[in-house]
Design a protein around this ligand. Sequence first.
Ligand SMILES: Nc1ncnc2c1ncn2[C@@H]1O[C@H](COP(=O)(O)OP(=O)(O)O)[C@@H](O)[C@H]1O
Ligand SMILES: [Mg+2]
Length: 305
Amino acid sequence: MRPLEDRRFLFVTGKGGVGKTTIAAALAERFAAQGKRVLLTVCDAKERTSQLLGVPALTQDLREVKPRLYAVKITAERAMEEYGLMILRSRTMYSAVFDNRFTRGFFKGVPGLYEWAMLGKAWYHSIEEQDDGAPRFDVVLFDAPATGHGLDMLRVPKIITEVVPPGILRRDAERAYTMFRDPEQSGVVVVTLPEDMPTSETLELYEALTNELRLPVARLVINGVIEPLFSPEEQHELLKDRTLNRSLPGDEALSGGIRRVIRERVQEESLARLAALPVARTELPLLLKEAQTPEAVQELAALLR
Ligand SMILES: Nc1ncnc2c1ncn2[C@@H]1O[C@H](COP(=O)(O)OP(=O)(O)O)[C@@H](O)[C@H]1O
Ligand SMILES: [Mg+2]
């Protein structure tokens, strides 16, 4: 299996709140520490990535925020404008086309065009070259939008290749979709938690990514893993008598213990279900301190091998 950092484009996805943004930042730190030139692209107007990296707020202007670590905030409108300009090569042409009532209507009619502009911008940076022909970045990491639209977004290049007439738009989408499907060049990093619902959604996501879209899942990151505290015998003892009389001293600690046992069991079951997926996995611990700090991100980065 090709190592993550040797692929040009990595798409970080998973259900909202599982730790995508945190892990995308940790991966970026890790790759930069390994000597790679990394671009982290963030599709979130209220980005927290800068806080996680300990750098000033990200803007829509791509910049090097740390040695070898570049970052940019992508918004749909700006990406759309850049894309339009890139295709049309001049602002006058751009205005003529994009401010024209007819073409505006046409672009609105292309499903997912705004999503494509964002994903396409990140993809474009992954094939961008310097003057000497060397790639501008070794790895581009794409932190998908918060709203669970990761999968919708990945569907767009495929849709464009199917519905849009031949032209620059379709040519780019075809090129990107071909690259996204190539495990030598791209990979999807799926992030999940070892809990019931996130596990079910991850199994569905994996199915859609591999069977429907034929995209290579490069890594499963199981985030927020807790250390089991109880042996099977202790688990059994604790779960034996669940009818507690809360007024008795000591019962509070006992119910805390029971809650923990239940959580450990759910985790065990979830890990077993996730083990069925034929993909390399990394488990990251649940941090007991505030995770939205550069220190926490560095700690997770060190564990991402
Ligand atoms: N391993 C972890 N341990 C503890 N808290 C974590 C961990 N990973 C992420 N978090 C916290 O969980 C919340 C959601 O993380 P975030 O990266 O924003 O998820 P997403 O991008 O998937 O919505 C944040 O408050 C983050 O600090
Ligand atoms: Mg996020």
